[in-house]
Structure formats: structure tokens, C-alpha cells
Design a protein around this ligand. Sequence first.
Ligand SMILES: [Zn+2]
Length: 572
Amino acid sequence: MWGHKPVTMNDCHSTRLRRTGFIGLAFAGAAALLIATPAFADALIENVNGITVDATGGLVRFNGLVISQDGKVVKRLKVGDPRPERPDFKFDGKGRTLVPGLIDAHGHVLDMGFSKLTLNLSDTRTLDEAKAKIAAYAVANPERPWIIGDGWNQEQWGLGRFPTAADLTGIGNGRPIWLSRVDGHAGWANDAALKAAGIVATTKAPAGGQILMVAGKPSGVLVDNARALMDKFVPKPLPKDYDAALQKAQQLLLSRGVTAIADMGMTINEWQAYRRAGDAGTLRVRVMAYAAGTEQAALIAGSAPTPWLYGDRLRLGGVKLLLDGALGSRGAWLKAPYADAPTQSGLPRMTGTQLRNQMSRAAMDGFQLAVHAIGDQANSELLDAIAALAETYQGDRRWRIEHAQIVDPTDLPRFALNGIIASMQPQHATSDWKMATARLGPDRLGGAYAWRTMLKNWVPLAFGSDVPVEPADPFLGIKAALTRQDANGEPAGGWLPDQKIDFTEALRAYTFGAAYAGLAETKFGNLAPGQQADFLILDRDISAAAPSDLPATQVLEVWVGGRRAVGEEAKP
Ligand SMILES: [Zn+2]
């Protein structure tokens, strides 16, 4: 059932050891460099409370860093280690805490920027509040032909139903309105938008999509693949809009200590924005890009992944595919019907054959695969597909399963096979726990957001935010990983508390784990010698702070590639 070549736990363990050996080689090379040229060290970072994790998962403490002229880590210094005699630059950390630049393993960078530059409803607590905000935005932006926005969540409003086109009557002076749900898996249109897209009672939803109906007419909400019926009529942003969104996103990422991010589902327009920024020297964070589907990959990168560009700041190395939708909009594909909608089991967004064909095409050209799977049926299908493809595409493939939110407990051990990486988002668990319990019922949560089980099974774990679904704030993420409690401290003791993990494990998933998941662990991640010197200076020791104090962590300085990117004088 798992294919003809079962991989044992021991094989997984040896993958881990090989990885460690690789880091060991990088260390040996850098050490040789230090011995040969001790006086040429460019910078000495001194007097810090340095915290990182090693490749095998141990917490490492140090109190200084030597950085080479090209911005790489030469050595982590412990108390008593000899210091370079004449560094060109010396930085006194005054005892403050230094951690590696944090890495978001799953985000949507341009969407994040656009969501900050356009109408965003994620802070609205009721439908009325949302309507008031949409109306105010429409008045403030009279030149826009469409009112475009995102971030709404009917669960957060306590509405008990989806919003409808009728809810938008009288707003926007007759202009079309089109608003994405917070998870991007549904859109909410007004009557003018439905009319512009020609959506009527007899319109058929495409496969993998749904047109919600009220009294025999389209309600205004389009789910998953049905969104495309509207998207093709929406005015497209211009290159200057992309550039502004990218700069905004980078500013926000750096402000919360994120120095690298995997962009999960990039289009050619987004790639071109990265290239313009790289050429102009304004690409400040490192981007591990995953093309939205094999067509985009071929369009952007040709027949193979790109090399690292702009001093390890940009690489297209993988392809992102979507196998199902999200739990909130009941698009996640389940093995049994939803507990709160007994006629629905969610939607596969492609057939098993399509999935394997697309994965095969990408793998054949050497691209890494990152596939979105939220429901237990989607995860099961994807595990089957990986098992079949791993027969043909051997070696270090690092198959990524994005989200892996609801997994049948009998499928959990299969994540340990074929080098699969679990790419998960701690903040989803703390935002979703009430909704997920309602959707699944209490008896089907045995493999829900199962971080502890993944680690116990030696599955490489990478953490991200899925920004703009959740804020790209790893301090919120680490708190969620430690507590499994929402911002109100609920539920008491944490949701499914057996799945909590500890600080070292969480930090690893936001540093080495996220870099490893993006094939970048020799470039950056945990301040190992030879890596880019990407690090943060924080106002508190996050290894000792109470979880409830983590969200207030201030990022005082951000250094990327041995240069100060955010902080006092923002130099050298
Ligand atoms: Zn995503």
C-alpha cells in the first residue's frame, strides 16, 4: 500500500545524520579559513547572549561572533575563546540577546504587502464594522474602478453564516466590490461584481469550486476554484503596485525579525517584482520562491531551478501545488463528512492523476515539491502520491506537505517516509481551535496540528505563518507552539496539549528547520560557520521569557549578510 520500497525509521535517522555531516563540512572549511587569515576578520560582534540551535536540534549558547568581509559567519565565540586582534569593526551587544534571523517557511509576500496597502478587514469584529470600513474605504478612494480587499472572517464576526451580496447593498456607489476571505479560499462579491463577471443562477462552478446559493440565486460567495470566475474580471495591479507591496512587506517582515521567507505560490508578476528589487539593490530579505504550479515554474525559471541570485537573496527552487482548500470555508478535503455540515466532505482541487502528473513534471526538472494538504483525505492522497513518485525520483527530494493540519492518526507515521517535511503554522492552531473542533467534532482530532507527533517520528518540521492569513510574527508563533492557547489564554492548559513543543524545538523550526525545508541550510539558518551572518538583537532573552511575554519582544536590530538592515544607524 505504501509502494514497494518501504523506508524504515532508521533510514530517516540516517538522513538526519547525513545532514549533520554536511554542516560539519561547512564548519571545517570555515575553520581552515580562520586559521589561515586570523587578522582579516571584518567584524567582531561582542558581549551578546547568543542563542541558536545546532543541526541535530540542541540549544547552543555563545557570546560573540566573527564575521568575514563578505558577511558570513566565521566562528561563534564562547567565553574564553581567542578574539581577532584587529577587527575592522566591533559591535558591543551590551549583553543583549542575539538569535539567528528568523525564517518564515510559508508565506505570501506580495499578498502581505497588498493586504497592507489595500482594504483589509482582518481587524473587524462584526459584519457591521466590516461594512462601515468598506464604505469608508470606497469614499476615500473614489478613483478606483473596483473596491478590492481581503481579510474577512465570518467566524470572527460570530455571524453563523457567510456574508452575502445583499449585505453590500448601498456601499461603493454601484462599483463592483470583491473581497477575499482571510484564508484566500473564498471571495465575497456584491451584485455589481457578480454582474460584471456574468455570474447568474445557472452559472456552473468549475471543478474544485463552489458558487454558494441563497434562495436559488448566487449568494455572492465563491469558494476555491470558483474564485477564478471573478478574478479574471478584476483590474490587475501595475508593476509599480507590486514594487510598493514588496517594499511594504519587507519592512514588516524585518520589523518582526524575519530575514528569510519561503514564498508559497509565486506568479511571474511577483517574480518580476523580486528581480526589479534585486537589480535595484532593494531586496532586503531572502526569498525561497515556489512557483504557483508547473506552468509558472517553466515560465519563470525555464527547465530547472534558478541558482541563488543577489548574494543568496533569491532563488526559485520549487513548485507549489494545492490539493484542497481550507477548513474555515469547508474546502479542506476530509475522509468523512464535516461534523457541522453532514452533506459536505470538502473539495479536491485536482484529481489524483492530475496531482501525480504535475508533481512528476516538476520533479523531473529538479524542482522541489510543496503541496498544500489540509484535510485528512488530502493528506492521505498526497502521501500516496509521494510514495509512488519517490520510486522514480530518488535522492534528496525534500517533499514538502504544506499545513498537514488534519491527518488521520493512521497516516501520521507515513510522514516519516521518503524524507517528507511537515511545513506547519503554529498560529493556525491557536486561531482555528474552536472552528476546527466544530468542523471535525471532538473524536477526529487525534492527528490535528500534530507537531509533537511529527517530531517524535523524526519528521523534519518547518514553521511559518501563512501570512497574510496570520501575522508574519515568529514570536507569536513560538508562543503558540509552546502554549497552544489563543490571545485570550484559551483553552485552559492548551488545545490538545500533548502536541505542545518546547522552546528549542520551536526555535529550530523557525531557523534551521525552515532553511532545511527550503534547501537553504548551507546558506543561512542557524549561524553555523560559512552561513550568511543574519541575526537579530532582541530586548529580552526569549529562551527564558514566559510564553505570555514573547509577543511583546522588541527586535532592536536586524543584521542581514553581516550588515545592519534595521537598527540604530543602520550601518555598517
Ligand atoms: Zn499559504
